[in-house]
Design a protein around this ligand. Sequence first.
Ligand SMILES: Nc1ncnc2c1ncn2[C@@H]1O[C@H](COP(=O)(O)OP(=O)(O)OP(=O)(O)O)[C@@H](O)[C@H]1O
Ligand SMILES: [Mg+2]
Length: 275
Amino acid sequence: MTSPHDVVLSVDSITKDFRLRRGAEGRGGTTSHRAVDGVSFNLQRGEILGLAGGSGSGKTTLARCIIRLVEPDSGSVLLDGSDVLSLKGKELRRMRRRIQMVFQDPYSSLNPRLSIGSAILEVGRVHSRPGADDGDQFVREMLDRVQLSPALALRMPRELSGGQRQRVAIARALAAGPDVLIADEAVSALDVSVQAQLLNLFSNLRDELGLSIIFVAHQLAVLASIADRVAVMSAGELVELGTTKDVFQSPQHDYTKALLDAHPRADPTQRIDPR
Ligand SMILES: Nc1ncnc2c1ncn2[C@@H]1O[C@H](COP(=O)(O)OP(=O)(O)OP(=O)(O)O)[C@@H](O)[C@H]1O
Ligand SMILES: [Mg+2]
C-alpha cells in the first residue's frame, strides 16, 4: 500500500447545480438541481478507489467536474497539489493529459472512420508523447498494455467485439500518459466474463504503471474484487467512504446497506490481487 501522505488527487467540497427550465417551453422560470453536493475525498497514488451509487446520484457529474468537462460551482480539485480549477490554456491541456477518462460506451469516444492504430497514435501525437514519432512501435506498445494483438491496429472499431473496443478505449487513454484514470461504468455494458477480464486489466495497469484509478460503477459488487477503498454517493452526497473490506463487512449508511443487500454475493475477500 502507498504511504497515506502520497495523495495524487485531492477533491474538496465540490458542488454542482444544474439550472433547469420549469414547465413547458421554460415558461415557468428556472429551478436548480444539486447534482453534486459538497463532495470531498483524496485519491492516493497507485490506489483504486471505487465510486458506487444509484442512477442519478451524481457520479458522472463529479467525474466531469474533476476534469472540467463541467465547471463546478464551488470546491477545489488539486492534482499533485496544483489547483485544477484555476488552470487555463496550455496548463489546462496538460492537466487533461494527466487525468484521462474511459466511458461506458467506447463507440462515443472512437471515431468509426479511424483505424484502431490511427486512433491510438492520434492521442500520442496530440500530447507529444515520447515514442509517438515511431507510430508502429508506439501503437504496438499501447495495444500490448491492454493485451490486444498488434494485428488489431489495422482494424476499424466496428470490426471489434465490445470487450476489445473497451480495451482500445483504455489504450487510447494510456497513449496520453496519464497519472489518473477515471473509468466511468467502463465495464457495465459487458457480459460477466468479459467484465472480469477487464477488471483484471485495470488491476494490472495499476500494478505495472502505478496508475491511480477512480472506478465508477452502479453496483458495489463490481468493486469488491478491484477497489482498495470504496465511496458511495446518494443524491449528490458522498455518504460513505472506507476500505473495501470495512464497507462490505460493516456498512455505516443505510443507503450502502441497501446497495449491498441488492447484490449479496459480493465478497471482498475474493480479490483479484490480495494486497
Ligand atoms: N447536463 C445536465 N443538465 C441538467 N441536469 C443534469 C445534467 N447532467 C446530469 N444532470 C442531472 O444530475 C444528476 C446526476 O446525474 P449523473 O449523470 O451525474 O448521475 P450518475 O450517478 O452518473 O448516474 P448513472 O449511474 O445513471 O450514470 C441527475 O439528476 C441528472 O439528471
Ligand atoms: Mg453516470
